[in-house]
Design a protein around this ligand. Structure first.
Ligand SMILES: Cc1cc2nc3c(=O)[nH]c(=O)nc-3n(C[C@H](O)[C@H](O)[C@H](O)COP(=O)(O)OP(=O)(O)OC[C@H]3O[C@@H](n4cnc5c(N)ncnc54)[C@H](O)[C@@H]3O)c2cc1C
Length: 415
């Protein structure tokens, strides 16, 4: 791991921080590449890294209209878990958890992954039936996941209030000990650094305006800095997938919806795991002491990065009902990201009817955790022109052939 001495820290602090080496280069884009990846979020950068590292494909350009990690990768609430419903999703995310444990070592950069467990509160009989089914599948896949009593939940999270009148009683809870959190910026920076070191070009502030085709085959991308030819073009642009794909003549089954997050003032340590009340509120405590809080997605499709008041009210009232001790806590910040949602709440990692055009989109409220496994699988797909087994179920044609992969385990679910 590249380290910096205390002397370098002191020298740079006193000299206006002008002497730090660049974490990645800032090249001018060339006129042509083997692969152009659109989107320098976690997925685009991880894909570039695995293309170079595992497949030896280094003639790769990653383009972003903003900056590295400036999309949802830098706006999310960093929950990492594998407690999904469908076998395909469970296997995919179980492999993801393994990769998260090794990520800092692999990238030579501390992404601050902290395996701290996730407690889900179950407040309806329907949800209890759902988690009983899920428990069987998770255990078969070797993912630790237990259904526990309300008293056991309280023992794990002492600030949880189970007394007094509640809109819904806590019937049970689930405990997923291998879930965790990581530092979102560090993940983007770690992959950017490592991909750059392998020869990948990363160009920020360069919007892709459209995808150019030549007789059904991708020819390259029209950008704010001119045309760039490419044999293969890969979209990892989250909420903007539909817009860009349309320029290549494709209509994607992806909706764009705001998903909000909130951060409180820093507090003394009081919560050492992630707590989730599905569809209502979830929270964890950051190393700085701030509570990082989220809830379900807004009801109305939109590109705004602000969010509606109805969701704010729902999240905050659920928070205060379950954790009355937080009733007087002040919020420091609130924001939203525009998430890319398929109606079955599973992603699309797929070839398309346009030769040489690939998609890694539709991650909705759950794509941060999917960065390592998604990037590795997308790189496999681009390199081999065949979906890796891990993502075969996430193909685009599932919508045409009637094989949707309904999930119920995302914050964007309104179940
Ligand atoms: C509030 C919130 C909370 C969330 N919480 C969690 C969580 O706890 N756990 C979890 O797993 N997931 C969570 N998510 C979801 C997760 O953040 C996303 O699924 C994930 O970050 C998607 O990564 P990405 O690389 O696909 O997209 P992004 O990080 O959004 O990157 C896409 C990039 O594409 C660029 N781009 C778009 N259009 C163009 C163009 N035309 N030309 C060039 N560049 C373009 C954008 O500038 C952007 O940088 C949350 C999301 C939000 C908004």
């Amino acid at each position: 791991m590249r380290g910096y001495s205390i002397w370098a820290l002191a020298r740079n602090a006193l000299s206006g921080h002008s002497g730090w080496p660049r974490a990645w280069r800032s090249p001018a884009p060339r006129s042509s590449y083997d692969v152009v990846i659109v989107g320098a979020g976690g997925h685009g950068l991880a894909t570039a890294y695995y293309l170079a590292r595992r497949h030896g494909i280094r003639d790769v350009l990653v383009l972003d209209k903003g900056w590295v990690g400036g999309g949802n990768t830098g706006r999310n609430t960093v929950t990492i878990r594998a407690n999904y419903l469908r076998e395909e999703s469970i296997r995919f995310h179980a492999e993801g958890l393994r990769m998260w444990r090794e990520m800092s070592g692999e990238l030579g950069f501390n992404v601050m992954f902290s395996e701290r467990g996730q407690l889900d509160l179950i407040q309806t009989w329907a949800k209890l039936r759902d988690v009983k089914r899920r428990q069987v599948l998770l255990r078969l896949a070797g993912v630790p996941f237990d259904i526990v009593s309300p008293a056991a939940a309280k023992a794990l999270v002492p600030i949880l209030d189970l007394e007094g009148p509640k809109r819904l009683p806590v019937l049970a809870a689930t405990w997923h000990p291998t879930a965790g959190v990581a530092r979102h910026d560090a993940v983007a920076w770690g992959y950017a650094r490592a991909a750059d070191a392998l020869g990948v070009d990363i160009v920020q502030g360069c919007e892709v305006l459209s995808i150019r085709r030549d007789r059904g085959q991708v020819a390259g991308v029209e950008t704010a800095r001119g045309f760039i030819a490419a044999r293969k073009v890969a979209l990892a642009v989250s909420a903007h997938a539909g817009d860009l794909a349309r320029t290549a003549g494709l209509r994607l089954p992806v909706e764009t919806v705001p998903l909000q997050a909130f951060v409180s003032e820093p507090l003394k340590p009081m919560l050492d795991c992630v707590v989730n009340c599905p569809g209502q509120v979830y929270l964890s405590q950051s190393d700085k002491g701030e509570l990082v809080i989220g809830g379900g997605a807004d009801g109305v499709p939109s590109y705004v990065q602000r969010g509606d008041f109805a969701t704010v009210e729902r999240v905050v009232s659920s928070l205060v009902e379950l954790f009355p001790v937080l009733g007087r806590v002040r919020m420091l910040r609130q924001w939203a990201g525009a998430i890319d949602l398929c109606h079955d709440t599973s992603p699309i990692v797929s070839k398309t009817p346009v030769d040489g055009l690939y998609l890694d989109v539709g991650w909705g409220s759950g794509g941060f955790k999917a960065i390592p496994a998604g990037g590795a699988a997308f790189a496999d797909l681009i390199a081999n022109d065949m979906p890796a087994a891990a993502v075969a179920a996430f193909s685009l044609d599932r919508f045409a052939t009637g094989r949707p992969l309904y999930e119920t385990a995302g914050a964007s679910n309104r179940d």
